[in-house]
Design a protein around this ligand. Structure first.
Ligand SMILES: NC(=O)c1ccc[n+]([C@@H]2O[C@H](COP(=O)([O-])OP(=O)(O)OC[C@H]3O[C@@H](n4cnc5c(N)ncnc54)[C@H](O)[C@@H]3O)[C@@H](O)[C@H]2O)c1
Length: 269
């Protein structure tokens, strides 16, 4: 199986760091002309240097996914420069929150605006280009929080549940144009968004206790999924959410199996 993505054009939002950075680098290493966008110019500049050092093809644009005007300008420039857009990865996101009694309206708006409205605005701008081509792949970052939210995550979890349903609606609308729209639920991957790797050991263990594969996910786990979804091998997949969370949604108390495995000498806590 050879995933051939060479010559395709991709846009990755929020590509300055974390999972988005890994997705962008991996696509570019597969020969994809990769347009990296982020709200943070310093992160983008750093990423641009890495692209140049590695001889990767692409370009970079500072772009806030909440700003429809800015998005349209970027999309117009990409189309003028490359002529087509084959892959859109709506990775940009924030995660903040608090229990309902102290959840500020600003925090609610921030999560909904970036995670859900940002995804909508990017898709709205790219859809006409993909429709004209009669082809395209859109992947939206959802989260396991869309299904099993944690305490105090009303804003974030609601935004990601919205992304999941938006993905289905868009898949239905764009199917006739041969455009696949899917979302994915990553987790639990230590990044600057969650600082999992910096938690005290007992707190880390408490989180790992929720996973069927009892270890942190890696950014390249998601990057590889994106490459697959962008490839010809995924041509019949649309309108679904792919769980890439080490089985976070699979088992009620995964620790039971690990305790049994430990009693058989096959696992060490
Ligand atoms: N890390 C995980 O375990 C995990 C779990 C579930 C879902 N996700 C989702 O995966 C995506 C990436 O997460 P991450 O952990 O790499 O986060 P991260 O915070 O490391 O990276 C997010 C990136 O988005 C950019 N960004 C933020 N606001 C933006 C805006 N308005 N416009 C453009 N760019 C903006 C940031 O500058 C940053 O580069 C997010 O959508 C997140 O919700 C991550």
């Amino acid at each position: 199986m050879n995933i051939d993505l060479a010559g395709k054009v991709a846009i990755v939002t929020g590509a300055g760091r974390g999972i988005g950075r890994e997705i962008a680098l991996t696509l570019a290493q597969e020969g994809v002309i990769t347009v990296i966008t982020d709200i943070n110019e310093a992160l983008l500049t750093d990423m641009g240097k890495e692209f140049t050092a590695k001889g990767l093809k692409g370009s970079q644009y500072v772009c806030d996914v909440r700003d429809a005007t800015q998005i349209q300008q970027v999309i117009d420039q990409i189309v003028e420069r490359y002529g087509h857009i084959d892959i859109l990865v709506n990775n940009a996101g924030v995660a903040s929150g608090a229990p309902i009694d102290v959840l500020a309206e600003e925090i609610w708006d921030l999560n909904l605006d970036i995670n859900l409205k940002g995804t909508f605005l990017m898709c709205k701008a790219v859809a006409p280009v993909m429709k004209k081509q009669q082809s395209g792949r859109i992947m939206n970052a959802a989260s396991f929080a869309a299904i099993v939210p944690s305490y105090g995550s009303a804003a974030y979890a609601s935004s990601k549940a919205g992304v999941e349903q938006f993905t289905r609606v868009l898949a239905g609308e764009l199917g006739p144009w041969n455009i696949a729209v899917n979302c994915y639920a990553p987790g639990m991957i230590p990044t600057d968004m969650n600082h999992f790797a910096d938690l005290q050991e007992p707190q880390q263990q408490r989180l790992l206790d929720t996973l069927t594969f009892r270890h942190w996910g890696k950014k390249d786990d998601v990057a590889h999924l994106i490459c697959f979804l962008a490839s010809d091998y995924a041509g019949y997949i649309t309108g679904t959410m792919i769980d890439i969370s080490g089985g976070k949604l699979a088992t009620q108390i995964p620790r039971v199996a690990y305790e049994k495995a430990a009693s058989e000498g096959a696992y060490e806590f």
